[in-house]
Design a protein around this ligand. Sequence first.
Ligand SMILES: C[S@@+](CC[C@H](N)C(=O)[O-])C[C@H]1O[C@@H](n2cnc3c(N)ncnc32)[C@H](O)[C@@H]1O
Length: 322
Amino acid sequence: MTDNGDNPTGGTEFRHVPVMRDEVVSVLSEVPDGLVVDATLGGAGHASALLAANDGLSILGLDQDEQALSAAGARLAPHGDRATLRHTRFDGLADEVRALGHSRLSGALFDLGVSSPQLDHADRGFSFRNDGPLDMRMDRSRGRTAAELVNTIDEGSLIGILRRNSDERQAPRIAKAIVANRPFASTAELADVVRDAVPAAVRRKGGHPARKTFQALRIEINDELDILENAIQQALDLLAPKGRCAVLSYHSGEDRIVKRLFRDAAGEAPRLRPELPLPPGSEPSVRLLWRGAQRPSDAEVERNPRAEAARFRAVEKLTEVA
Ligand SMILES: C[S@@+](CC[C@H](N)C(=O)[O-])C[C@H]1O[C@@H](n2cnc3c(N)ncnc32)[C@H](O)[C@@H]1O
């Protein structure tokens, strides 16, 4: 296996192709020497490419999935003590940085969502295509499973989850069918009920009719949106002058949060009275490295269809923060 990040990691066990790898490395290698947090280490495809690109950097890699950490540990071993790995949710970012003896970060990367092995390994229970136990926990050492959630939640709350986490238009029909057909133990049982619940016209449109339901449940089980804002804010607060924070998101709920946080930190939030000075405390602390979100190239999407939904945003800490 080479270290160029294009190869899947961990042989047959952990295959994840890092999305927009060259763009991420180019943004995060132009930072002051020091520590970069990879808050979603996965198989360390981005992290290993970044360490190879800039020998002034070391990496603190966080992941709540122990399988990912074990694959990442093997991949980063050649970099010795330039890589430190921690099993934690990314809202523990600031504590982990300080525990390592650092008070500033040169960079931070959030490559959100699931890794390919989480989707591909049926036993993880994320997949509507491969039958497995209805689990969906990234951290299998704690928390409720997706089965526990769907088997106990009331219909109204389920509709809320489907709408909030994946803009599912068929939320009322799907929630009603789930409540009427439970208990569920496997992903296939759930996928079949969702498929049968949606109108035939929707079934005929592209994509699996259970895709959004599975996405919404996964986000709920792993608290994906609730802790995101807090974690990115921790990273922004810790950035050294000219340090950079880069985020890859894969659905509109995530991207909305990232866009708003970056816009606010850059002092670019829409203002009712733009002619007035900014109120104290709301002066910009970062600059947007580009406007809008970058997207993967057509060639990358062709090579790796899972890159298709990616939206890439990044900011740089100002040298003079008011
Ligand atoms: C898209 S993958 C990252 C892939 C990685 N960039 C690579 O190149 O291999 C996302 C990873 O983030 C982890 N993850 C997602 N949410 C997390 C959270 N709140 N805290 C810690 N890890 C998280 C997942 O377990 C998964 O391994």
